[in-house]
Design a protein around this ligand. Structure first.
Ligand code: 0A1
Ligand code: ZN
Length: 876
């Protein structure tokens, strides 16, 4: 059978129709066997459409139908039809119970969607449309059912049997099997269903809610990982408290379960009361996890927990509303992390991620609005735009309304919609109604793709003692949207005088504590500030108050000034980044130009001198922009020149400030601790090491020795891995022994071995391609484990000079691997294919090679819908 063309199956937002039936109750019974699992389902149907329907289609995929009854009658042939994507009931009565029995093959389910068997465990993943791979059902988020689930499995292999809600009964049965029955009192859509069965150990804790209810907290992991759940459990309790304090939201079940697995396509999943997590976001010990792994756990644990209200209690009407839960929940987890750590550093990290993933997406062929208009495979829309840009839209609403008013809007949203499946429109309407505000212009942010460019210019009038600021906006065209309307852009700003102090804001707008929010609603607007005896420099878009590209007319001197004096941490970071980008672009254009001009050198010197600065923030300020980010600022990405210029700048900064880096390296050494200060110190110290080792001078060999020592003696993975990476990726260092040593030490720890794979794949050397070919046949490589595949292929695609090798070898190799992966795990294949979509950003030769790679994939036999859609949108 040939694959249907993806255009044939495009789903349009405007085509939404409410379901004609609801299924308020579903009773499932699963007999779990890796090869042949049987699922019995009783679905209680109730018609909600006013008049009878001739056809009632149920979703079903890869199911083997064993029996089919309505109430107690076997269905006759004229009463149903089996189709490619399910089962159609013909002329169904107003109410009935459908009883189905199907067979599945969990061990063969390498797509990891639906019910699968991996690593000796049975697991489910039902978002977005995995439930239809478990049984026939109305698999759509606006059908909420009460679930009762009975699991049967051999006690020996699966002593633990879990599903959503409360465990009501358990028992033994013949031949060493046992069973457990679970009931979830909260009606939920199918995508939030989950079950787990396996041989798992449990780490338990308790949490008392603000109203005094006790909740059992349980984290299920392999026996040998029980000691590695401290950060996950602690983050969970802090997240629960935070949601009570900041949003007044309590947990609602008696039990909150988390299960960790190595076999998972994404980060984690918020199934009601039974989250399933990629082990990467649960397990951590100082010896195996880096500081950034710890932070990842904190934010993903919080993210999934916050979904209990934003996603589960109030859920989605249809998948076009995905950002309703994801944008809002990312905003909530970002704010949680900001409250737990340094707000400024958190914001810099958030924006860095937005720019690394979402800005390029928004500027390429896969651009789509935060609320998309059409999709062929919804799994392709779990994107940086829906998540991260979606979060920025919520943040702008928060900025525009203010904290208290935003909370009032949230309260009203929960009050109106608890227990319902709703839309982004419902959310905005609640925000408006609670605050008597009109957000009609703001809606364009949800429907218009593309990153607006914000241009700022200003002038000081020494006669009038006034400053006039002009802002202009323009959004570039995106696929299917050639003309763009202006969007309301909140611009948080302050004025700084030449001594670096805040100047008062008076005139067009006044703000408390010398800060204001300008709202740019037109294409162009001006504001005049008065009573300014001296010239001022504006600090604009403080805290990155809108997801735009700011192009300001300030000269290097003004940027250098802001890099030293701006009291907004984000803007201070932004100013020095801008200086670095500008210097690098000049060096890219002309290799005889130094990438370390005086203004950047002086700003760097002043930060290096400032020992009073928070070390984490200081490390951010001193971290160079990535090669990808520099490439983003060019019309044609100059792959090699960017790499060279950045390396040279790193060397120059290393050499020029060698003494200071050395002092930092020695002074910041300390026994391992896990508080924010210690984390910042480690980061700064490892940055020092990277600059010293990069510098071409005599110290390089000595520093390689230091790095070897650090690798061997580190009491934590952050330091060990930093040294490991520097040594492995160093152009003049033979690190074979270290690679071997690392593997030997950590081969029993999959998450650590993922790092071993990805650092090798990301090494910027010509022989890396060959090396990666070897990695793919390494005994520890496994095509069925997404973390492992992402470590190698994701690491490779993030390696600019190798992936984008001018002869096209990187693309051809990469596409070949995607082709292979598509037969195993389409969702991960499609996601990994997206870097190839950016072909327009490269020179003619590379364009041709990237297109050839995409065309090769397009011609693949049995191309998945996931990958087909990505290719088709990439290759018009
Ligand atoms: N809702 C989850 C992410 C997720 C999405 C899709 C998945 O499978 C296709 C799995 C997880 C979250 O936002 O955390
Ligand atoms: Zn989410």
């Amino acid at each position: 059978m040939s694959t249907p063309s993806p255009q044939a199956m495009v789903i349009q937002r405007g085509d939404y129709r409410a379901p004609s039936y609801q299924i308020p109750e579903i009773i499932l019974d699963l007999r779990l066997d890796p090869e042949n699992t049987e699922v019995l389902a009783h679905l209680h149907f109730r018609r909600v459409a006013a008049s009878p329907v001739a056809e009632l289609p149920l979703n079903g995929e890869a199911l083997e139908l064993l029996s089919l009854q309505r109430d107690d009658q076997v269905l006759a042939e004229h009463e149903y039809r089996l189709t490619e994507d399910g089962l159609v009931l013909l002329n169904p009565p107003e109410t009935f119970v459908l009883k189905t029995k199907v067979r599945l093959h969990p061990a063969a389910n390498t797509a990891l969607s639906g019910l699968y068997h991996a690593g000796g465990q049975f697991l489910t993943q039902c978002e977005a449309e995995g439930f239809r791979r478990i049984t026939y059902m109305l698999d759509r988020p606006d059908c909420l059912a009460r679930f009762t689930v009975t699991l049967h499995a051999p006690q020996k292999h699966c002593p633990v049997l879990l599903a959503n809600g409360n465990c009501m009964a358990m028992g033994r049965e013949a031949e060493g099997w046992h069973w457990a029955r679970w009931e979830d009192p909260f009606p939920k859509p199918t995508y939030l269903f989950a079950m787990v069965a396996g041989d798992l150990a449990v780490v338990r804790d308790r949490y008392r809610t603000a109203s005094g209810r006790d909740v059992a907290l349980e984290i299920y992991v392999a026996e040998r990982d029980t000691a590695a759940c401290v950060q996950a459990m602690d983050s969970l309790k802090r997240a629960m408290r935070w949601d009570e304090e900041v949003y007044g939201r309590e947990y609602d079940l008696d039990r909150y379960m988390i299960v960790a697995t190595d076999s998972f396509n994404m980060g984690a999943m918020e199934n009601k009361g039974l989250n399933i997590f990629n082990a990467k976001y649960v397990l951590a010990s100082p010896e195996t996890a880096t500081d950034s792994d710890y932070q990842g756990i904190e934010s993903v644990i919080a993210h999934e927990y916050f979904h209990n209200w934003t996603g589960n209690r109030v859920t989605l009407r249809d998948w076009f509303q995905l950002s309703l839960k994801e944008g809002l929940t990312v905003f909530r987890d970002q704010e949680f992390s900001a409250d737990q750590n340094s707000r400024g550093v958190q914001r810099i990290g958030d924006v860095r991620r937005l720019r690394a993933a979402q800005f390029p997406e928004d500027a390429g062929p896969l651009a789509h609005p935060v609320r998309p208009e059409a999709y062929s495979e919804i799994n392709n829309f779990y994107t940086a735009t829906v998540y991260e840009k979606g979060a920025e839209l919520i943040r702008m609403i928060h900025t525009l309304l203010g904290k208290t008013q935003f909370r009032q809007g949230m309260d009203l949203y929960f009050q109106r919609h608890d227990g319902h499946a709703v839309t982004i429109e419902d959310f905005l309407a609640a925000m408006e109604a609670a605050n008597q505000r009109d957000l009609s212009g703001f809606r364009r942010w949800y429907s218009q793709a593309g990153t607006p460019v914000l241009r700022a210019s200003g002038s000081y009038d020494p006669v009038q003692h006034s400053y006039t600021l002009t802002l202009h906006q323009e959004t570039p065209a995106t696929p299917g949207q050639s003309t763009k309307e202006p969007v309301p852009i909140p611009v948080r700003m302050a004025l700084l005088n030449t001594q670096g102090q805040r100047a008062p804001l008076s005139g067009a707008i006044e703000g408390p504590d010398g800060e204001a929010v300008l709202l740019l609603e037109q294409r162009e607007q001006s504001w005049t500030f008065v009573n300014l005896p001296d010239p001022v420099i504006p600090s604009l878009l403080r805290g990155f108050s809108a997801p735009v590209r700011l192009e300001s007319a300030w000269d290097d001197e003004a940027c250098g000034f802001l890099a030293c004096y701006d009291d907004d941490p984000f803007n201070r970071w932004e100013s020095i980044q801008n200086l670095a980008v500008k210097a690098l672009l000049a060096a890219v254009a002309d290799s005889s130009v130094t990438p370390l001009p005086a203004v950047l050198r002086d700003a760097t010197a002043s930060i290096l001198r400032d020992d009073a600065l928070d070390p984490a923030f200081r490390a951010e300020l001193l971290t160079l922009p990535s090669e990808d980010y520099i490439g983003e600022q060019m019309s044609v990405v100059a792959v090699e020149a960017i790499h060279r210029a950045r390396d040279t700048l790193r060397q120059d900064i290393g050499a020029r400030f060698a003494e200071k880096w050395m002092a930092l390296y020695h002074d910041l050494a300390a026994p391992y601790q896990r508080d924010g200060l210690a984390i910042g110190r480690r980061r700064l110290r490892n940055l020092a090491l990277s600059h010293l080792i990069a510098s071409d001078g005599d110290s390089r060999e000595a520093m390689a020795l230091h790095a070897r020592q650090q690798y061997a003696q580190a009491d934590n993975m952050t330091d060990r891995l930093a040294a490991f990476q520097l040594l492995v990726q160093h152009p003049h260092h033979d690190a074979k022994d270290i690679l071997l040593d690392f593997y030997r030490k950590w081969h029993g720890y999959p998450l650590v071995i993922d790092k071993w794979f990805s650092i090798q794949a990301a090494t910027p050397r010509p022989e890396t391609l060959h090396q990666v070919e070897h990695l793919l046949v390494h005994p520890a490589f496994d095509w069925r484990v997404p973390n492992r595949v992402r470590a190698v292929l994701g690491g490779f695609a993030a390696n600019p000079t190798v992936f984008h090798a001018a002869d096209g070898s990187g693309y051809a190799f990469y596409a070949e691997q995607i082709r292979r992966l598509d037969d195993i795990n389409p969702q991960t294949a499609a996601r990994l294919a997206t870097p190839l979509s950016r072909w327009r950003r490269y020179d003619a030769q590379r364009q041709q090679a990237m297109r050839a790679a995409l065309t090769m994939l397009a011609d693949k036999a049995k191309l998945s819908r996931d990958l087909a859609e990505v290719i088709q949108r990439s290759l018009p």
